[in-house]
Design a protein around this ligand. Structure first.
Ligand code: ATP
Ligand code: MN
Ligand code: MN
Length: 333
């Protein structure tokens, strides 16, 4: 599910920040965000901009972000973590829209997109049979915590490379895709993976594998790899229209000689039933380093062992990411 980058939300809570006269710490959904004193009282509606909102130039209310290129980023102010931006609804023309309304377009906000990895030419659209890779941020979808409570689940490391989808149609040739496009066969890292793992013959017809392509020259290569590699996080059976559950996913990758993303925890039975599904606990689990490196990890991805659909996520699969706040503060580009 694409998150609502800018929407009408509520200031759930306000508290003073020791030593700071002009700002307060507010809570909006699962986010802590610093606001100007006097702009809100608890319970007020606000316009909430999630991190990676890029504000429009030439609007008075956006000018204060000019020095930071108009992008809303994670910050620490007077020792308080601030994620997102809450502004009064008076920046909107006309009446205040109802809670949850998406006002991204009305305000001319766009999402920050990292520059594309070079040169891999587009061959066509992303195949319609396969869901695109994406993960919602926990703080924007706290309802998933109730949905996962009591279920057996697993936690994988979120790798900081680039999304790769390989789809073998029932008829016709393998398709290799980046986040949004099928990519031309050629000397690019996607097709290098297709060849190394012989995906055109290894994948059963009708199946797609989705993974993170990591290696030298891709993002910061935080795994410290000496050559590119592919780490699978999803297997989709397009005929059945479903993702494989955890056990099938692991077995599928083993059988076909594919690597998976690192599985950090598999939590089942009594341990799953008594697990602390609080936001704070998840934020702790998201901290740490990529195994064998001194590089902070980007975070974790959490899913039930048995696939299920999520009402909170508008009917897409129950799965969410928790980004490491240390990474956001210190390492994010
Ligand atoms: P946002 O929508 O929060 O702004 P985004 O859409 O740019 O962020 P990411 O933060 O990179 O995307 O998170 C989703 C991506 O994470 C997936 O598309 C996938 O490529 C990647 N990813 C890396 N590791 C994993 C993993 N272990 N499980 C699932 N996805 C993963
Ligand atoms: Mn996304
Ligand atoms: Mn990413």
């Amino acid at each position: 599910m694409e998150r609502k980058l800018v929407s009408i939300q509520r200031i759930d809570h306000l508290e003073p920040i020791p030593g700071a006269d002009n700002i307060l710490k507010a809570r909006v959904m699962g986010w802590d965000v610093v606001v100007k004193k006097g702009e809100f009282t608890a319970g007020d509606p606000c316009v909430f901009f999630e991190i990676d909102s890029v504000l429009p130039e030439g609007r008075e209310w956006a000018e204060f972000l000019r020095p930071r290129g108009f992008r809303v980023k994670t910050a620490r102010l007077r020792g308080v973590l601030s994620q997102g931006l809450a502004l009064p609804t008076s920046i909107l023309p006309g009446e205040v829209p109802s809670h949850g309304t998406d006002v991204r377009d009305a305000l001319g906000v766009v999402k920050y997109e990292p520059p594309l990895p070079d040169g891999s030419g587009v061959a066509g659209p992303f195949p319609g049979q396969v869901p695109r890779t994406d993960e919602i941020r926990l703080q924007s979808a706290l309802g998933v915590l109730e949905e996962i409570r009591g279920l057996d689940f697993f936690v994988t490391t979120k790798l900081d490379g680039t999304s790769a989808t390989f789809f073998r149609p029932l008829e016709g040739e393998l398709v290799a895709c980046s986040r949004n496009w099928a990519v031309k066969r050629g000397t690019n890292p996607l097709w290098a993976m297709a060849e190394r793992y012989r995906l055109d013959t290894v994948l059963p017809p009708g199946f797609a594998v989705q993974g993170e392509l990591c290696g030298p020259g891709i993002q910061k290569n935080r795994l410290g790899l000496t050559q590119p590699d592919l780490f699978i996080f999803s297997v989709h059976d397009t005929r059945a229209g479903r993702f494989l559950g955890h056990a099938e996913f692991i077995a599928f990758c083993a059988e076909h000689g594919l690597r998976t993303v690192p599985v950090e925890h598999v939590v089942t039975g009594e341990a799953a039933r008594t697990f602390d599904h609080g936001l704070e606990h998840y934020l702790k689990l998201a901290q740490g380093f990529y195994t064998g490196t001194k590089n902070r990890k980007e975070g974790i991805v959490v899913r039930p062992l048995v696939e299920r659909l999520s009402p909170t996520l508008a009917g897409s699969r129950l799965s969410f990411k928790v980004i490491n706040n240390d990474f956001l503060l210190k390492d994010e580009d």
